[in-house]
Design a protein. Structure first.
Length: 590
């Protein structure tokens, strides 16, 4: 049972069906084995003894027909009768020879082989006498044929037939023995199958009973436990259970019982606490009335202070708004200055680019002058080679070379001046770029200042609105304070109703039965009263009010009154009990 209880119901069912299937397969296997054995025995009987018996029977019929035919030929006075039966005799002999060979192949017992050998010898003698009789008959020797028939042929033929009958009886005896063996095998197979069937039914029934008992017994225990819990008895012991689905159900019921016990115990304790707290609530109502009066006076002073604070915040908001306008104007001026500096930077970049282009042109002119000087030198060399005819050309080349030299000198001076100009322009461009970045930073700083001034202005505006809202909240608190005085009496009635309801709740929960440990714990908790502290005199109430933080939002007034009225409407009309004397600290502890 412990093994089954630790298995799931699905595994149990699968094991049960598997066992039944295995038993069925075993019975089927044994049945098939027995049927195969019967079939093999039957086939053996058909293939050997019965076949042999049929062959021997056919052989015996041929023998008797041959004996009769030979006797008729021998005893007949008609000489042509031998010729008439000659063909039949040959066919009969041929058929008997074939049957003899077939029977010889089927012989396997020593006794049968011995009889078969005697039959073979007698057949040879039979055929010799028959042929002799037929020959004498053809020769017309009727008396000799009859004498041979009576003296030798018939005795030998009868012995031959007797041996054939003996062999036939032996085969029939073997067939009967095999039949009896098959019948005995059939009976034993039937008995074995009946035993296996009964055993299968017994094992299947036993396992079914164990399976059903392993499921229904825990379910019955679970049902009994649930009924006892439903009746309020939480002291029932949960029996030991396994790890299957029913065991999980028992674990869940045990967990439910434990949870219900804890809930009932907590409800009992809570009921006693509510009863004690309701008594303290009644005492605290009187303390609340005194504090409400102090709160009303403090709220009046707070409202006056909020008026002065609201005026100061408005002045700050106006000053922040003017500073924001000035910051916006300075930001616009700085933006315009930044734009002008940007244009100057672009102009200086244009001058720098033009100076670089002029320097490139002067470099080209210098190159041209150098090439011209080279060409003039070459022309002078050629003129010198020409002699007197090239002297004029040499003078011209000399002048051209002189001009090229002066052009190169002028180009170098212009290039030096342009290079110096380009360096100054680049230096001025760098200074203008630095001034532009500085103006950009100035504009960015002014914008941040403007944004900060805008945030200050918006915060001042929101502060002014918040102060106004705080003023409204203080006014609302003043009104709520006036209504709190009216709610004190209603709360006293509600506290009395709460105490009565707590008593009724204790009576309702008393229906449940708990263990002794839980009951003692609940009683000890109910017997221990809530700690009470000494409270200061009522004159200390304004000091406590001075430390109370101001409300941050407007508090609605109507929902508390509606909630109190609903509590009074739901509470039963019972006479209020006198409240216990207390002090301010009792109300604070509640």
């Amino acid at each position: 049972m412990s093994l089954l209880s630790n298995m799931s119901v699905a595994k149990r069912l699968a094991l049960g069906f598997a066992l039944v299937l295995l038993l069925s397969m075993g019975v089927i296997g044994v049945s098939i084995s027995r049927l195969n054995a019967l079939a093999a025995a039957t086939e053996e009987m058909v293939q050997n003894p019965i076949k042999t018996e049929r062959l021997v029977s056919d052989w015996a019929r041929n023998l008797r027909a041959g004996i009769t035919r030979t006797a008729a030929v021998a005893r007949s006075s008609d000489p042509s009768l031998a010729d008439f039966f000659a063909e039949d005799s040959k066919a009969s002999s041929k058929s008997s020879g074939e049957l003899q060979k077939s029977v010889e192949a089927l012989m396997y017992l020593e006794s049968e082989k011995k009889i078969f050998q005697e039959i073979g010898a007698l057949r040879s003698l039979y055929l010799k006498n028959r042929d002799t009789i037929f020959a004498l008959k053809k020769e017309g020797k009727v008396d000799e044929a009859n004498s041979l028939l009576e003296k030798q042929f018939m005795p030998d033929a009868n012995n031959y037939a007797a041996k054939m009958d003996e062999l036939l009886r032996a085969q029939r005896t073997q067939v009967d023995e095999l039949g009896r063996a098959i019948q005995a095998n059939r009976q034993s197979s039937s008995q074995l199958l009946m035993v296996l069937g009964v055993l299968s039914v017994f094992v299947g029934g036993l396992f079914s009973w164990l399976l059903a008992n392993s499921v229904t017994k825990p379910l019955a225990q679970a049902s009994d436990l649930a009924k006892r819990v439903a009746a309020g008895d939480l002291t029932a012991k949960v029996p030991a259970h396994g790890k299957d689905e029913v065991g999980e159900l028992m674990s869940s019921l045990e967990l439910m019982q434990t949870s219900l016990s804890a809930v009932v115990n907590n409800v009992r304790r809570g009921s006693e606490s509510v009863s004690n707290a309701s008594a303290e609530i009644a005492q605290g109502n009187s303390d609340l009335s005194a504090r409400t009066e102090h709160q009303a006076s403090a709220l009046e002073q707070t409202a006056a202070s909020m008026e002065e604070l609201n005026s100061t915040v408005r002045n700050n908001a106006d000053n922040a708004r003017q500073a924001n306008q000035l910051a916006l104007t300075a930001s616009n001026v700085a933006v315009q200055g930044g734009a002008v500096v940007g244009e100057v930077v672009e102009t200086m970049k244009g001058i720098n680019d033009a100076s670089r282009k002029i320097s490139d042109i002067i470099s080209v002119i210098d190159g041209i002058a150098f090439q011209t000087n080279i060409l003039a030198l070459n022309a002078a060399v050629e003129a010198a080679r020409a002699g007197e005819q090239g002297r004029g050309f040499a003078v011209v080349a000399s002048e051209v070379r002189s001009l090229a030299g002066r052009s190169a000198e002028a180009a170098k001076e212009i290039k030096n001046l342009i290079s110096a100009s380009v360096e100054r322009v680049e230096h001025g461009t760098a200074l203008v770029d630095k001034a532009g970045s500085t103006m950009t930073e100035v504009v960015s700083s002014i914008r941040r200042v403007t944004d900060i001034m805008g945030e200050i202005s918006a915060a001042s505006h929101e502060q002014s609105a918040g102060v106004a809202q705080v003023g409204e909240a203080v006014t609302s608190m003043d009104q709520a304070t006036q209504q709190n005085a009216a709610l004190v009496e209603q709360m006293a009635a509600a506290a009395s109703s709460l105490r009565n309801q707590a008593h009724d709740l204790v009576q309702v929960v008393a229906v449940f039965k708990l263990t002794s440990d839980q009951t003692l714990g609940a009683g000890a908790y109910a017997a221990s009263p809530a700690p009470r502290k000494q409270s200061p005199a009522p004159a200390a109430a304004p000091k406590a009010d001075s430390q109370r933080p101001a409300p941050m939002a407007k508090v609605p007034l109507s929902p508390p009154a509606k909630a109190a009225r609903q509590v009074l409407a739901a509470a039963p009309k019972t006479p209020s009990r006198p409240s216990k004397p207390g002090n301010d600290e009792d109300w604070e502890s509640f």
